[in-house]
Design a binder for this molecule. Structure first.
Ligand code: ADP
Ligand code: MG
Length: 696
């Protein structure tokens, strides 16, 4: 029965009674199913210090303190935080609230009143500060026994902990019921018993309030859960592969002449790296086993052309190829390039996005079903079940980290066993390829097309902004093009939880400012615009009608305008290295000298972000930058999954858990698949879309 322990997949509010506001807050934390709730990991466990002595504070420490309220400063501008200045004998502490303080709490806060607060302290601008503290009106200071969870507005720690405890209680009841209901296999019974114990240790159920004990118990529980999670991941990949193995292999012929024609048409000579990458791919294409290959090449190294030329082989063998890209903009750009290159080759390509009209779509679907269309380019719309290929033989995934595992598997499962090529600018550690695809072979593009000059980067404070705007005139006079990147769309943009107005630059105001200075030459591009609007702006920028493009990071991936020679990135201190490198890769794509200006807000330049900018300034080597990124930030962020919001693992940390992963991989290869293995893989499958569809 597929109702096995179904309680895990029930919407959390069906199991734990709660108001709608709380349900919404949980959703913001990514908690929708009971499984998400009991898997929601505390960020820390114990209050480091319950003394009220500020000299014992360390940055980031969780504390409880007694303080006097000295002054309450309500914001004068909308969206600015409320600040409550407090102190005791050992120093001053500012309590900062970015959201409205609930009226019943606020009513109790008066100047001169003594309060107990709990929260994380940060040293900021020379003072201790605590954001969103919890007031402990009734309780005296005490050694806390609660885990501390990452929170959002609309929910407090105690409340969330309460839900988790109710959730665990409900789980226990459901599990008991199943186990007493019928005979349960020993293996299953053990697994569930351990799982429940691990979940309980994670949330300190039954634990003692001894700090060092707690820390150990939770680390242990997390590792155990990570092992279950990685096994689930490897088991689903192993099952997929075993299905593929039963299908016969296939070979593609190599279409040498057409390739030469296309290169001549483009006026390109392949770089040595492109040549050897193509040779490696063709070796796979010409063998009868399935290709699982990763193509790593720094931004601007010419990966698209490698994809195109190897797709030609597939087309000439009578099969079809699909190129999956993460954004509409990128799919259009690739399509235009393919159209130009394939012009009189007889190979037909088509573009399919979420914005394709029903009529066009029907025509494309027919072309795919008949085999008339050899190459399909598109975004996730490719996955929609109505899209049927006559014979899909080759799947290329560009800038793969934007796709969820589930989506990748879905496209691959459209054909019995297509060859798969994943293209990426970021070197991907083995632990990641193992969890994404099982093992893969790797090709690298090390050199860039000839005549490329390295981009010259500089770092500057945002106080120089006006001067910079003036100086753009020179670039425009020289006929060059400019990108201007800001993190926000406007000051209401919640993208970055900035809190205070004016901390981060937004494209809406910058566009106005630049348009005032250079009327008629400035374009605006951000994710909230309609696809047609985006294309139009992009096209005008390409054609040179617009010369300055003010954009959010929508231009981060893949955008190719070869005569853009300057990119200005505001609040560069806010971006990760991988992202900065991708952004900078938008220039330096032709034979002109290009520049990158990394602007920072001096108020928010931490030591680490200073270091990051320094790395960017001194190196243009994507591999080196990725390596430094790993060192500065740890494993999980290398793919930029944080920014793209792709689900990461609940428990596994790929930077640390390679040994657990290798174990899980081995174990998965020895596993016989049963209904219970299905449950295990489903339990850790983070893809919400499919899970909700099943339960809903
Ligand atoms: P990326 O590896 O970042 O995806 P692209 O495929 O977008 O890089 O290629 C960057 C630019 O270089 C594009 O304008 C592309 O047409 C061009 N290009 C690719 N290969 C060559 C080549 N062998 N000679 C000249 N230009 C090339
Ligand atoms: Mg690319």
């Amino acid at each position: 029965n597929n109702l096995m322990y179904n309680i895990f997949f029930q919407p959390v509010s069906d199991v734990v009674p709660m108001k709608e506001a709380a349900e919404k807050a949980l959703r913001r934390l990514g908690v929708e199913l009971l499984r998400d709730l009991v898997f929601y990991k505390p960020s820390s466990y114990h209050i480091s210090d319950v003394s009220s002595d500020f000299s014992k504070f360390r940055d980031g420490m969780l504390v409880q303190v007694n303080v006097n309220i000295d002054a309450i400063m309500q914001p004068k501008i909308r969206r600015a935080p409320t600040k409550i200045y407090t102190s005791n004998d050992s120093g001053t502490l500012a309590l900062v609230f970015f959201n409205k303080i609930p009226p019943f709490v606020f009513a109790r806060l008066k100047e001169g009143v003594r309060v107990s607060v709990q929260g994380k302290v940060q040293f900021f601008d020379g003072n201790w500060q605590m954001n969103h503290p919890e007031f402990l009106f009734k309780k005296e200071l005490q050694k806390p026994v609660e885990p501390i969870y990452p929170l959002t507005y609309g929910i407090i720690n105690k409340q969330l902990y309460g839900y988790i405890l109710s959730g665990i209680a409900a789980l226990e009841v459901a599990i008991k019921a199943r186990q007493s209901f019928g005979s349960v296999a020993l293996e299953e019974s053990l697994y569930i018993k351990n799982l429940l114990e691990e979940i309980k240790s994670l949330h300190l159920v039954n634990a003692q309030a001894d700090a060092s004990y707690i820390e150990k118990a939770m680390n242990f529980a997390t590792k155990k859960l990570a092992a279950k999670e990685l096994f689930a991941n490897q088991a689903s990949l192993a099952r997929l592969k075993s299905q593929e193995k039963s299908a016969p292999g296939r070979k593609f012929q190599i279409a040498e002449n057409t390739k030469e024609q296309i290169l001549a048409k483009l006026g390109f000579t392949l770089t040595d790296s492109q040549k050897s990458a193509i040779a490696e791919i063709e070796l796979d294409q010409n063998s009868s086993s399935q290709m699982m290959r990763l193509l790593q090449g720094d931004v601007g190294s010419g990966k698209t052309l490698v994809a195109l030329l190897t797709m030609i082989n597939v087309a000439y063998s009578g099969a079809q190829s699909a190129l999956m890209v993460p954004t509409d903009l990128l799919s259009i750009q690739h399509f235009n390039f393919f159209q130009k290159a394939l012009d009189d080759s007889g190979v037909k390509s088509a573009l399919l996005t979420g914005k394709t009209t029903t009529r066009e779509r029907k025509i494309i679907e027919d072309g795919l079903a008949s085999g008339e269309i050899s190459i399909l380019i598109g975004t996730h719309a490719l996955f929609q079940s109505r899209v049927e290929f006559r014979d899909l033989g080759f799947v290329v995934i560009d800038e793969q980290h934007r796709f969820g595992v589930e989506q990748r598997l879905e496209l691959i499962s459209k054909a019995s066993h297509p060859d798969v090529l994943v293209m990426t600018a970021t070197p991907i550690p083995r632990s990641l390829t193992l969890t994404m695809f099982g093992d893969m072979s790797v090709s690298q593009i090390k050199s860039k097309p000839k005549n490329r000059l390295p981009v010259i980067s500089s770092i500057t404070s945002n106080e120089k902004k006006d001067q910079l705007i003036e100086s753009l005139q020179k670039k425009l006079d020289a006929g060059e093009k400019i990108y201007w990147v800001c993190p926000l769309i406007d000051q209401n943009d919640k993208l970055l939880e900035s809190g205070e107005e004016g901390i981060f630059a937004d494209v809406t105001s910058r566009y106005q400012e630049l348009e005032d200075a250079y009327p008629g030459q400035v374009g605006l591009l951000h994710g909230k615009m309609k696809a047609a609007q985006k294309d139009e702006v992009m096209q005008k920028f390409k054609d040179g009608i617009l010369r300055i493009l003010v954009a959010t990071t929508v231009i981060e991936v893949g955008i190719d305008v070869s005569d853009a020679t300057l990119i200005i990135i505001e609040n560069a201190e806010k971006f990760g290295l991988a992202q900065l490198h991708q952004l900078r890769g938008r220039v330096g794509r032709g034979n002109l000298q290009s520049y990158c200006i990394l602007m920072y807000n001096p108020k928010f330049l931490s030591k680490t972000s200073r270091k990051r900018l320094e790395i960017m300034r001194s190196s243009g080597d994507g591999f080196y930058i990725a390596e430094q990124d790993l060192i500065l930030r740890g494993g999980g962020e290398i793919l930029g999954t944080k920014q793209s919001g792709e689900a990461e693992f609940f428990f596994a940390n790929l930077g640390q858990d390679l040994d657990i992963l290798l174990q899980a991989n081995k174990q998965s290869l020895e596993t016989k698949f049963s209904e219970f293995t299905n449950f295990q893989t489903r339990l850790f499958n983070r893809d919400r879309g499919s899970e909700l569809a099943k339960s809903g």
